[in-house]
Design a protein around this ligand. Structure first.
Ligand code: NAD
Ligand code: TDX
Length: 335
């Protein structure tokens, strides 16, 4: 029986991927390991808990003893576990270095020392390349990360590549663009803006609002991840993006229109420090494996808005407690 370990499977993309695996590989034994930080929510995979092939371990990828114990029992590993919010990395970088770099290294060591693991897929990000004003980054372009978040993710990528070169540890890396969809923690721009607007609160738009992001529906990312896990070439990196580039201002206008709110709900605020202007990745390498994004951008944004409208009970508790404290520290008063 094939066993897959999904670390960070209680977060946004990891939980969507765990659900994808349960649908597409029902015969796999699935272990979700998650530390349950502020961003990890067991509710995100509550529908999987009665599946006899599913098990959950509350644990930290930095815990050497735990990881050394679990890794030899699995065939595939997909590492989603990370600190992921750029703004938090700017105010408090420590946890990013620990989880994103040291945690990944800890898994790599366990994989290196086990002959059972066939494939270790490291989930990275397009942010490791840095900003690009024209054109798109290819997988062999140099890394120029701007934030402590993207620098820590770049550090993890380099460790994976070094383990491939030095030990032939069976790694693969994906670098995707910005994801959106259900179960995204409401600190990220789309769920933050949608939930604020549902609550009739203003939305804090950074700087001139002209920074560009390429939006990828989470389900399309899951399809790409799964294809790369099974058919990607070991030691290789694959970009994943939909080519749906919009400025934050255009995105905000679209959300206002969908939620029938006036432009006065936009509150321009101070820019993010070191704010990358534009991300763009060339995905021809993944497309040559047969992948292409299936989601229609406007339709999937509409479905995402509808999901947050229908699931207030999921996000309302997340916007109190720790979240409020965090925003007070950020001096952004509108949540
Ligand atoms: P998320 O913040 O929603 O979830 C992260 C998960 O990791 C949480 O469940 C958290 O509890 C868990 N975690 C954190 N530290 C841990 C540790 N030390 N040990 C075990 N579990 C730990 O993040 P996400 O948006 O789902 O991102 C998942 C991965 O995808 C990350 O590696 C991120 O860098 C990458 N990524 C995200 C995006 C995006 O747009 N969200 C885009 C590109 C790449
Ligand atoms: O309140 C906000 N106002 C605003 O204007 C927030 C939270 C963001 N923004 C802007 C900043 C960015 O230009 O929106 C854009 C998107 O911001 P985030 O949602 O914070 O995403 P980003 O910084 O682009 O990073 C995301 O995509 C790549 C994820 O958080 C990362 O984990 C992933 O690697």
């Amino acid at each position: 029986m094939t066993t897959i370990l999904i670390t960070g499977g209680c977060g946004f993309i990891g939980s969507n991927y765990a659900r994808y695996v349960s649908r597409h590989h029902p015969e796999y034994k699935m272990i979700v390991l998650d530390k349950l930080t502020y961003a990890g929510n067991p509710e995100n995979i509550s529908d999987l808990k009665n599946n006899p092939n599913f098990s959950f371990i509350k644990g930290d990828i930095c815990d050497e003893k735990l990881i050394t114990e679990i890794v030899p029992k699995v065939d595939y590993i997909v590492n989603f576990a990370a600190e992921t919010h750029v703004d938090r990395s700017i105010s408090e970088p420590d946890a990013f270095i620990k989880t994103d770099i040291f945690g990944t290294h800890n898994i790599l060591e366990a994989v290196r020392n086990s002959s059972n693991v066939k494939r270790f897929l490291q989930i990275s990000t397009d942010e490791v390349y840095g900003s690009i004003l024209e054109g798109s980054f290819r997988e062999d372009d140099p890394l120029e990360p701007s934030s402590p978040y993207s620098a820590s993710k770049a550090g993890a990528d380099l460790m994976c590549l070094a383990y491939w070169t030095t030990y032939k540890t069976p790694i693969l890396i994906t670098r995707s663009s910005n994801n959106y969809g259900p179960y995204q923690y409401p600190e990220k721009v789309i769920p933050l803006f949608v939930t604020n607007l549902i609550e009739n609160k203003q939305v804090p738009l950074y700087g001139d609002g002209l920074n560009v992001r390429d939006w990828l529906y989470v389900e399309d990312n899951c399809v790409g991840i799964d294809l790369i896990l099974h058919e990607g070439k070991l030691g290789e990196i694959y970009n994943i993006g939909a080519g749906e580039e919009v400025t934050n201002l255009e995105l905000t206008h679209l959300l206002l229109e969908m939620l029938d709110k006036p432009k006065s709900m936009i509150r321009p605020v101070e820019d993010r420090k070191g704010h990358d202007r534009r991300y763009s990745v060339d995905c021809s390498k993944l497309r040559s494996l047969g992948w292409k994004p299936l989601a229609d951008f406007k339709e999937s944004i509409k479905q995402t808005v509808a999901w947050y409208q229908a699931n207030r009970a999921w996000w309302e508790p997340l916007k109190s407690g720790e979240f409020k404290e965090y925003y007070k520290k950020q001096y952004r008063q509108m949540v």
